[in-house]
Design a protein. Sequence first.
Length: 225
Amino acid sequence: MNRLPPARFFPPAESATEDGLVGVGGELSPEWLLDAYGHGIFPWPVGERDDPMFWWSLDPRAIIELDRLHVSRRLARTLRAGRFEVTCDRDFSGVIRGCANGPGREGGTWITPRMIRAYRRMFALGHAHSVEVWHEGRLAGGVYGLAMGGLFAGESMFHQVRDASKVALVRLVEHLGRRGYRLLDIQQLTPHTARLGAIEIPRHEYLARLADAVAAPVTFGDRLE
């Protein structure tokens, strides 16, 4: 089993406070973000305040096992019906804006303009990816996150048409499994993600699995598989 090397910009994730806070300050540059995610840490503003930035490593940590996503009968019928077109990396900006501002956002006001700029830069560099769901030619929902080796850190999803975000998640999970990903991190468990099969694991287990995941020779690819 692999072990994570020391982080460049952060103390160990295990040093986090009881509520998961690792540190305050720093940058949302690609170097800081890659260092953070590669060591089990992620940025999350407190409310609408994003300067200084707050960095977290939660215990327990929420994940979705790639072979255990729960697809209800109704959602399975929706997937078979072919109502939606699903793409990847076609409209990253539209997805992250939908997650920040859309009526069916499943994130919140923590996706500030500064966060949007940072993740759009990560997308331009090939580190972040989106799955888009289209209905009648319009963006109906989607999900985005950051990829490192065999880790995909899901950040947020949204929908403007019923089930569009769930369709995006199902297709993302299928794609990650086929590409050989090891770990789908969703940070926090919510009632919504729990119904889809998400679970919580202790931070020490998450970090051990993360070390194996980021070392995996896996890439996201340029189309859904």
